[in-house]
Design a protein around this ligand. Structure first.
Ligand SMILES: Cc1ncc(COP(=O)(O)O)c(C=O)c1O
Length: 445
């Protein structure tokens, strides 16, 4: 029976990032509960990455199913194009006004993160065209950024393996160095911090390209798929100043960091910084249904609302403001608020990080441990001094899975971002599995 399922899958299903080698022994998941997944062959696994960072409230929340059922029975969906609306989308837009940042009070909904970023890029260009600056079209992103993989989002994504088989990329997208303290690829001047040096790379890129050609800078507050890259504290305040100085819009891609993951409801609040455009997705529904969107500053809202008809914001998706997705988002926000999950992420993330730092004391093969809230990474090296890499993350990932912990790696970094409802005991179980997995791998060497 399981063999039949596997054959049907192999014969008929093209998966994201598909290569037959990576799909030789797929796990087929049948159900989930809390932080656990149950597979059809009877295994129980801890979901160490909340699926794709998104299942914040954990699996099996029947109140989200009830919200969907109620809304589907009443009105599953209808168009939300200008001239129409539905009840949950209005309630959600109103609830989200000022929710992330005080100046962001106007929301456009998408079905996911890449669509959100596409909407952000188009809106940035639109804004400058409306203000009589039609040449401000370029988007500056960062190396190791992940912004999705539709064509423009892929062009903003700074992880190079996503590009070659889909070239050419959309013109006008460029990348600067990431604020990655452990392996900073930029130059640091005397007296300058890494955060300042990484932000200077933005200023230099804007000046080199010509500020009159740059529409926006996009950044994840903590780079997720790029390897949980946590920026130095002085980075984003400086980025905000540079964007203001050169009239470049700042797009915060909080598709992962939004709704509590980093221990703040939205991550840039930690630095006292507000973006002009916010992209969100994933956590807004905890993955129970697809939903994303952008929030726009009051200045951008004003420009859209005062446009002559010939300059209408001609951007649209069939599923923008999907009634059932919005109803589930509202119920999901109830859970996040009621259970104070951003505080939970802060506390449990602190425990996870402390445990990982203790493992770094124990094992020389750990070169770097980093994290913010429940977003952590352990980076393995062959040699601590030279930071040269071996081939450790792959075998350790496999050893984790054998011991009941499912997660992903980026290069030599093992990523950990479990659901925000994880308990102390469960954090300790995760740490124990990682410890045993490392031991099993380095013991074999
Ligand atoms: C920061 C970030 N932005 C955008 C995306 C793309 O989202 P989606 O896969 O829903 O298009 C992701 C997905 O992982 C992401 O992590």
């Amino acid at each position: 029976m399981i063999e039949d399922l596997l054959n049907q899958d192999r014969d008929h299903l093209l998966h994201p990032l598909h290569h037959p080698n990576s799909h030789a022994h797929p796990l087929i998941v049948e159900s989930g509960e809390g932080i656990y997944l149950h597979t059809v062959d009877g295994r129980t696994l801890i979901d160490g990455l909340s699926a794709l960072w998104n299942v914040l409230v954990g699996y099996g929340r029947s109140e989200l199913a009830a919200a969907a059922q109620q809304q589907m029975s009443q009105l599953a969906y209808c168009s939300n194009y200008a001239g129409l609306a539905n009840l949950p989308v209005i309630e959600l837009a109103e609830r989200l006004a000022g929710y992330a940042y005080p100046d962001l009070n106007y929301t456009y909904f998408t079905s996911g993160g890449a669509e959100a970023n596409e909407s952000a890029f188009k809106t940035a260009r639109y804004y400058w065209k409306r203000l009589g600056k039609p040449d401000k079209v370029k988007i500056i992103a960062r190396q190791d950024a992940y912004h999705g993989v539709t064509l423009a989002a892929m062009s903003a994504t700074g992880i190079a393996p996503y590009w070659p088989m889909f070239e050419p990329r959309v013109p006008g997208f460029l990348h600067i160095v990431a604020p990655y303290p452990y392996r900073f690829a930029g130059d640091v001047r005397d007296g300058e911090s890494i955060g300042e040096a990484a932000a200077r790379a933005l200023e230099e890129a804007i000046v080199r390209e010509g500020p009159e050609t740059v529409a926006a800078f996009i950044a994840e507050p903590v780079q997720g798929a790029g390897g949980v890259i946590v920026p130095p504290h002085d980075y984003f305040p400086r980025i905000r100043q540079i964007c203001d100085q050169y009239e470049v819009l700042f797009i915060a891609d909080e598709v992962i960091t939004g709704f509590g993951r980093t221990g703040e409801l939205f991550a840039l609040n930690r630095y006292g910084v507000q973006p002009d455009i916010l992209s969100f997705a994933k956590g807004i529904t905890s993955g129970y249904l697809p939903l994303g969107g952008i929030q726009l500053s009051d200045a951008i809202k004003e420009v859209i609302l005062t446009a002559p008809p010939a300059q209408t914001w001609m951007h649209a998706y069939t599923y923008s403001g999907h009634a059932t997705c919005c109803a589930v988002a509202l119920a999901n926000l109830d859970i996040i608020e009621r259970e104070d999950l951003s505080e939970q992420a802060r506390v449990m993330g602190g425990r996870l990080l402390a445990g990982l730092l203790a493992l770094a004391e124990e094992f020389d093969c750990i070169g770097n441990v980093r994290g913010l809230g429940l977003m952590c990474a352990v980076e393995f090296v062959a040699d601590r001094e030279t930071k040269t890499t071996g081939n450790l993350a792959g075998p350790i990932l496999k050893a984790c899975l054998e011991r009941g912990l499912l997660t992903r790696a980026k290069g030599e970094s093992l990523l950990l971002a479990p659901p925000l409802i994880i308990t102390e005991e469960e954090v300790d179980t995760v740490l124990g599995i990682v410890q045993e997995a490392i031991l099993s791998v380095i013991g074999e060497r």
